[in-house]
Ligand binder design. Sequence first.
Ligand code: DX5
Ligand code: ZN
Length: 219
Amino acid sequence: MNIEIAPSILSADFSNLANEIKKCEKAGARILHIDVMDGHFVPNITIGPVVIESLRKKTKMILDTHLMITEPKKYIEPFAKAGSDWLTFHIEAVKNPSALIKKIKSLKLKAGISINPATPVSKLSKYLKELDLVLVMSVNPGFGGQGFIPSALKKISDLKKLTKNENIKISVDGGINFDTISDVVKVGADIVVAGNSVFRSGLSIARSIKKLKVLANLE
Ligand code: DX5
Ligand code: ZN
């Protein structure tokens, strides 16, 4: 099993972003999770393509871009141009997910769909064959540092069964810390997104990532 920890820069020190992500890379992280919020789909506003463009110059990590925005269609090209590698949009925000998946793939990026805690896994069934990634939210999107919602565990294990013949990664996002990581890995997560527990655990970034890996039984 090759489970990955994807640090979420939402909890990083934005005045020192290049250094923070270098530390993640040095600690062995291969995927950098970037939260894009528009103040409409979620009540918070974060970053846009211009930041991704700057980060692209500083790291070779996979830029895993999580679009928490109401009009993902409008922004696929700008994020692709800026250097995103993976683009994940929310199924709650779009009418025709297949068209968006096609668009993302036509730009040679990996395509993902995310589901909020209130959205059932069954909403994804039709799209599983086309997708590279499913991002299961284990908090209501909008902010870092929230508590893990345990009903995500059943959703992950259901998805694991549904995708056993597909080449698709299951990523989990929200409230994953030293206490909750082993549960999400046990039920089948391939990628674990971690914000506060990487950047604000009280330990260094390297030690936090190491500890998460040990607790997930990856090392
Ligand atoms: C929440 C974001 C998450 C967030 C996770 O809306 O999608 O990626 O950064 O932060 P933690 O790990 O602190 O819950
Ligand atoms: Zn996220």
